[in-house]
Design a protein around this ligand. Structure first.
Ligand SMILES: Cc1cc2nc3c(=O)[nH]c(=O)nc-3n(C[C@H](O)[C@H](O)[C@H](O)COP(=O)(O)OP(=O)(O)OC[C@H]3O[C@@H](n4cnc5c(N)ncnc54)[C@H](O)[C@@H]3O)c2cc1C
Length: 397
């Protein structure tokens, strides 16, 4: 691939997906097992992704991105997740910060970070979760207090993808304690400024390439023009973008089943028991056929959610259904497919135990299965939201 992709950026969806396949096969797959063994992130491959111009898929062209629709990002996430779920979600999070800054800040402000994010020089992360609040996002405690013409931020975040290294953060904080979702605002936080302290809160090595961790903001000063979403809008916009995140996580979970199926099929052809190839045993191959059916069903749900996202149509229930179904079926089928390889399924030669851990993470990030079941119930039956969440509903409606 001798083309200079910075000078000649890919403009079509199929070109971007082809470059992503190249990245997944030549760069991610060969190194993913080592990243997990050495408990490191795949930062060198972020540089390669930047060289291929893949970090600004949804950033408008006039701001240096590719200006492509959401379905392309979801397709990229799936291709990369077949090779390594952790790397894929890490990269997609940096992409997400770039497009959030480009879409919500004036160009004169977003330029402070956008070039570095698109060139892979700085990594991004999106920070809702705190040690005391995950599912209950309206209960976050990080406080934003007016200070001069800007804001002073005080509090802690945990369980944040990329937080081990990220330098550009989208941080949600409460501006009026006691009023819940309505008081939440979002700010860009620059980790190189005073008042930022990285921590290990939420660091997990289960999927090392995610680079999860936490940080404390202690008197961090955000300038007035660094408020991304004002109170009253931040919760609503976070819930809007989380629907897209739910969709690409569904696509990634399904992609890991596709990869596991491919491995199991190849194994079933060459491994013999009782005088026959494994795939000649009916009971053995039904495990694979069962997974094939669910993959097709998941792909249809994901396609529906992607189509709604591209059309900017309501997608909350579609995204919830796609993520519930895909992440559940991934947890179930990757475990069965691992078992279908016998002891070999656990060997480092195959990525199935990595995929299984990825599927488990997928059931939690961007809304756990239980939170999503509530969205499905509300879409079918009407809201059953308890009074505590009344303000959140008012904002969302
Ligand atoms: C690997 C990893 C990466 C992550 N990355 C990020 C990130 O980049 N940014 C970010 O902001 N957050 C991130 N998170 C946090 C993630 O969004 C939260 O873990 C998730 O929202 C659940 O919150 P919690 O872990 O605090 O669980 P809790 O909210 O404490 O819930 C515990 C369990 O109870 C269930 N539960 C909670 N309330 C109810 C209810 N009302 N009814 C029924 N069941 C309920 C939940 O579904 C969950 O199973 C990450 C988490 C993980 C594990």
């Amino acid at each position: 691939m001798g083309i200079d992709h910075k000078e000649n950026p890919p403009t079509r969806a199929d070109e971007v997906l082809q470059l992503t396949r190249h990245l997944a096969q030549q760069w991610v797959r060969p190194q993913a097992q080592r990243w997990q063994r050495e408990r490191v992130m795949g930062l060198e491959v972020v540089q390669e992704a930047a060289r291929l111009n893949l970090l600004g898929v949804q950033v408008p062209v006039e701001q240096g991105g590719l200006g492509l629709p959401f379905s392309v990002k979801s397709g990229m996430a799936a291709i990369l997740a077949e090779a390594d779920f952790g790397f894929a979600l890490s990269l997609i999070n940096t992409q997400g910060v770039a497009s959030t800054l480009a879409n919500w800040l004036p160009a004169a402000v977003s330029q402070r970070w956008l070039g570095d994010l698109l060139s892979g020089q700085r990594i991004g992360c999106t920070c809702l979760t705190e040690p005391g609040a995950g599912s209950d996002f309206g209960a976050i405690q990080m406080q934003a207090t007016p200070h001069g013409s800007g804001w002073r931020l005080q509090g802690e975040k945990a369980w944040i993808i990329n937080a081990q290294v990220a330098e550009v953060m989208v941080v949600y904080a409460q501006t009026q304690p006691g009023i819940g979702a309505k008081g939440i605002a979002a700010f860009v936080v620059d980790a190189s400024r005073p008042g930022f302290l990285r921590t290990d809160r939420g660091r997990t090595e289960t999927v090392a390439s995610l680079g999860t961790g936490g940080f404390v903001l202690d008197g961090y000063e955000a300038r007035a023009d660094e408020m991304l979403h004002p109170p009253g809008m931040a919760f609503k916009r976070a819930m809007g973008s989380i629907n897209m995140a739910r969709t690409y996580v569904a696509a990634m979970a399904t992609a890991m089943v596709v990869d596991s199926l491919r491995i199991a099929r190849a194994y079933g052809e060459q491994r013999h028991t009782f005088g026959r190839a494994l795939q000649e045993h009916q009971g053995w191959r039904w495990v694979l056929a069962d997974a094939m059916v669910d993959v097709e069903a998941a792909q249809l749900l994901i396609e529906q959610a992607c189509a709604a996202a591209d059309a900017q149509a309501p997608m909350e229930a579609l995204a919830a259904r796609a993520k519930i179904f895909s992440t559940r079926m991934a947890s179930k089928h990757i475990a069965s497919l691992l078992h279908a390889l016998g002891a070999a399924g656990l060997s480092a030669q195959y990525p199935l135990s990595r995929h299984l851990a990825g599927a488990q993470v997928a059931t939690l990030v961007d809304g756990s299965t239980e939170m999503l079941l509530e969205r499905v119930w509300a879409s079918q039956v009407g809201s059953t939201t308890p009074p505590k969440h009344a303000i959140q509903q008012e904002i969302l409606n």
